[in-house]
Design a protein. Structure first.
Length: 418
C-alpha cells in the first residue's frame, strides 16, 4: 500500500479530483449523516451537471418528435438526435454512423441481436458460445434464442483467477459454433477479456462475435474496428449519461442482412396492407419514437468524458484500483474474487462468513454505497462457490479517502458481527 498516497495530488489529467467531483451535484449528498461515498458505479454511474443541463435545455428549447416534423423544432430535435449518433460512432470508432442503433441499453441491444440475427441465421444444431462470467443480459437472451432455434448453448469456463483461457477456447472449438457472446469487462471479477484475440479465433473458424461492453465503455478507449467485433453493446447510464439509452454497434453488412426486430413507425420505407418494406440503417431497427432526451444526455456525457480525456480517467481509475486492492487485502477476513492480470476497478468480495447484504447495510449506515447480491451473474456465483458477494466498483470521481473509509468500515463490520 502506498502510505503517501494522500500526500500526492489526486489528478485526472490537469484537474484535481475534488474539482471534478464538483461537476456531479449528487456527490455533495450526505447519507445517514456521512458524506456519500458512491462505490456502486458498475450498477450505474452518477451524472455530471452538463448532462442534466443538456436534457433540460433540450426540453426548454428543442423538444419535438424526430424524423417526421418539417417545422424548426422537429429539425432541431432530429439534428440533436443524429448528432448524438455521430458522437457514439466516434466514441466506439465505428466506420459509419449507420452502424449505430440506439437502444434502451445493453440488455435491449443484446436482445435485438439474439432475436433478429439469431432467428434468421441460426439453424438446428448450431452452437452459440458464451462464458461462465456473463451477466444475465448476455446469457438469458441466448438461452431463449437457442431454445427457439434448437441450438446448443455452450460455455467457456472461468479459470481460478477469473480469466478466460483462450488457448483452451481454440483447442476445444466446436466447428458448429456460429457466434461467441462475451463480456469485455466482467461486472463481478473485473477481468478485462482479450476480445480482440477472441474475435480472431472466432473469425478464423467462421463464427461472429458479440461483445457486451457495458462495463468497458465508461472506463477505456474502445475501437470496434481494431477489436474487429461484429456487434458491440453498451449502456448510456453506466457511461455518465441518462438511463433508458444505449447503443448497438453492428458491422454494416451484417445489419443489412438482418430482418427488422420491432415493427412500427419510422422503421419502414413503405407500408401496404399486404406487407411493408424497410427503412435504411440504422432506422430499420428503431421502431417508434426514440429516447431523444436520452440521446441528447448521452451526447453531453460523451463530450464530458472527452473533456477529461479517457487516458486521464483510466489512469486515475487504475491508481484507485491499485490502492483499493491493497487496502481491501489488508482487512482481515476479506476475500476478493478475481485476480486476472488485466482487470478494472471492480472488487467483488466477502468478509468472513458475514452475509453480503449485512456488509452492504453496515456500509450504508456509514454513507458508503456498494452493491451486494449475485450481481445478475448467478452461474458465476456458483462457479465461485458463494451465494452472494459485496461489490465496490469505482469511477474517476472516487478518491483515496473514500477507499480508506471503506476499509475502516469493513473492519468495523467485522467487529460488529464477530
Ligand atoms: N452486461 C454487463 C456486463 C453488465 O454489468 C450489465 C449491468 C448489463 C449487461 C446490463 O446493462 P443494462 O444497462 O441493460 O441493465 N450490470 C449491473 C451490475 O453489475 N449491477 O447492476 C447492473
Amino acid at each position: 500500500m502506498d502510505r503517501f498516497a494522500h500526500a500526492r495530488t489526486q489528478l485526472i489529467g490537469s484537474r484535481n479530483v475534488d474539482d471534478v467531483r464538483g461537476d456531479f451535484p449528487i456527490l455533495d449528498r450526505h447519507v445517514n449523516g456521512h458524506p456519500l461515498a458512491y462505490l456502486d458505479n458498475a450498477a450505474t454511474s452518477q451524472k455530471p451537471r452538463v448532462v442534466l443541463d443538456a436534457i433540460r435545455v433540450y426540453y426548454e428549447h428543442n423538444n419535438a418528435n424526430v424524423h417526421r416534423a418539417l417545422h424548426t423544432l422537429g429539425e432541431e430535435a432530429t439534428a440533436a438526435f443524429e448528432e448524438a449518433r455521430g458522437k457514439v460512432q466516434r466514441l466506439l470508432n465505428a466506420r459509419a454512423r449507420s452502424e449505430i442503433i440506439f437502444t434502451r441499453g445493453t440488455t435491449e441491444a443484446i436482445n435485438l441481436v439474439a432475436s433478429s440475427w439469431a432467428d434468421s441465421a441460426l439453424s438446428e444444431s448450431d452452437v452459440v458460445l458464451c462464458t461462465e462470467m456473463e451477466h444475465h443480459s448476455n446469457l438469458v437472451p441466448w438461452q431463449l434464442a437457442c431454445a427457439r432455434r434448437g441450438c446448443r448453448l455452450s460455455f467457456l469456463p472461468v479459470e481460478d483467477d477469473g480469466s478466460l483461457d483462450l488457448e483452451r477456447a481454440a483447442a476445444g472449438w466446436d466447428p458448429r459454433t456460429r457466434l461467441v457472446a462475451v463480456t469485455h469487462v466482467s461486472n463481478v471479477l473485473g477481468t478485462i477479456n482479450d476480445v480482440k484475440a477472441l474475435a480472431r479465433i472466432a473469425h478464423d473458424r467462421g463464427a461472429l462475435i458479440l461483445v457486451d461492453g457495458a462495463q468497458a465503455v465508461p472506463h477505456m478507449r474502445i475501437d470496434v474496428q481494431d477489436l474487429d467485433c461484429d456487434f458491440y453493446c453498451f449502456s448510456g447510464h453506466k457511461t455518465y449519461g441518462p438511463m433508458g439509452i444505449g447503443a448497438l454497434y453492428g458491422k454494416e453488412e451484417i445489419l443489412e442482412a438482418m430482418p427488422p426486430w420491432m415493427g412500427g413507425g419510422e422503421m419502414i420505407r413503405a407500408v401496404h396492407l399486404e406487407g411493408s418494406t424497410w427503412n435504411d440503417l440504422p432506422w430499420k431497427f428503431e421502431a417508434g419514437t426514440p429516447n431523444v432526451e436520452g440521446a441528447v444526455g448521452l451526447s453531453a456525457a460523451i463530450d464530458y468524458i472527452h473533456s477529461l480525456g479517457l487516458p486521464a480517467t483510466s489512469a486515475w481509475e487504475h491508481e484507485l484500483a491499485a490502492y483499493a486492492a491493497a487496502k481491501l487485502h489488508a482487512v482481515p477476513g476479506v476475500t476478493i474474487y478475481g485476480s486476472a492480470p488485466a482487470r478494472g476497478a471492480v472488487f467483488a468480495f466477502t468478509l468472513g462468513a458475514i452475509h453480503a447484504h449485512d456488509v452492504a447495510q453496515f456500509l450504508d449506515r456509514e454513507g458508503i454505497a456498494v452493491r451486494a447480491g449475485h450481481h445478475c451473474a448467478q452461474p458465476l456465483m456458483k462457479r465461485l462457490g458463494v451465494p452472494a458477494t459485496a461489490r465496490a466498483s469505482f469511477s474517476f470521481y472516487n478518491t483515496f479517502s473514500e477507499i480508506d473509509r471503506l476499509a475502516e468500515a469493513l473492519e468495523g463490520a467485522a467487529r460488529f458481527y464477530a
